[in-house]
Design a protein around this ligand. Structure first.
Ligand SMILES: CC(C)CC(=O)Nc1cccc(-c2cccc(CN)c2)c1
Length: 234
């Protein structure tokens, strides 16, 4: 997260850190006691190590009473996701056992109605991703308030030049603010009006550049897929 701040600890109890061999790779968020939603691109640089999901955390390293690492039973990338495009960039993670819900661990509701979040709406993203373009990794969760940019503007040639589909949404980067998501924030939620409207996508893989607005996978178009996967798994 660029240009953000440290939120009050445990005020985002749905936040998850997807880890491989104990190293934070991506964000994610708890949608039921045993399912975490994240981004498919998070699997692309992995080495088939041991995946775990950290819940109830503010600091990645400090001891915190309700912080706990969960094993992963299944990783289910959206069938339409690929390393070549930003399409269908979603990953469902089934925990090895249902998470213990409490003050520091909770679920985040998904936006169900398939309507665009109006341009100018202020939404919030959070994560343990880079806080600088040089790749500074924070120990404590960061959050940032971002303004929704219309798809028409986001698809202009100077921005994403027609790459943003109706299954994606954008947040603007004001020239001096540099507020943006960055590497390691992928998979985290974009929370608008208290519900998850989008999932952080890597997009153009640059951070804090006003020419490259943040790209998020919209959630409403995928509600059916999410429900079907959760209903099918054992
Ligand atoms: C480890 C995998 C997920 C590969 C990967 O994501 N790389 C990568 C590199 C540079 C920027 C970003 C990135 C992420 C989220 C948002 C943004 C820009 N808003 C950039 C992402």
């Amino acid at each position: 997260i660029l240009g953000g701040r440290e939120p009050q600890p445990h005020t985002m109890p749905y936040m998850a850190s997807l880890q491989e061999d104990g190293k934070h790779i991506c964000g994610g968020f708890l949608i039921t006691a045993e399912w975490v939603l994240s981004a498919a691109h998070c699997l692309e640089d992995t080495i088939n190590g041991t995946f775990q999901v950290l819940l109830g955390a503010h600091s990645l390293t400090a001891h915190e009473p309700h912080k706990r690492l969960y094993g992963v039973r299944r990783l289910i990338p959206h069938p339409g996701s690929s390393t070549e495009t930003n399409a269908d960039d979603l990953l469902l993670i089934q925990l090895a056992e249902p998470a213990l819900l409490g003050t520091d661990v909770g679920t985040l509701a998904l936006q169900e109605e398939d309507q665009e979040v109006p341009a100018g709406t202020l939404c919030t993203a959070a994560g343990w991703g880079f806080t600088t373009n040089t790749g500074k990794r924070p120990d404590k969760l960061q959050s940032v308030e971002l303004s929704i940019m219309s798809r028409a503007t986001c698809n202009r040639r100077i921005h994403h030049d027609g790459e943003v589909t109706e299954n994606m949404m954008c947040t603007e980067i004001k020239k001096d603010s540099r507020k943006d998501t960055c590497k390691g924030d992928s998979g985290g939620p974009l929370v608008c009006h208290g519900v998850a409207a989008g999932v952080v996508a890597a997009g153009s893989r640059v951070c804090g550049n006003w020419k490259k607005p943040g790209i998020y996978t919209r959630i409403p178009p995928y509600i059916e897929w999410i429900r079907a996967v959760m209903a099918s798994a054992n």
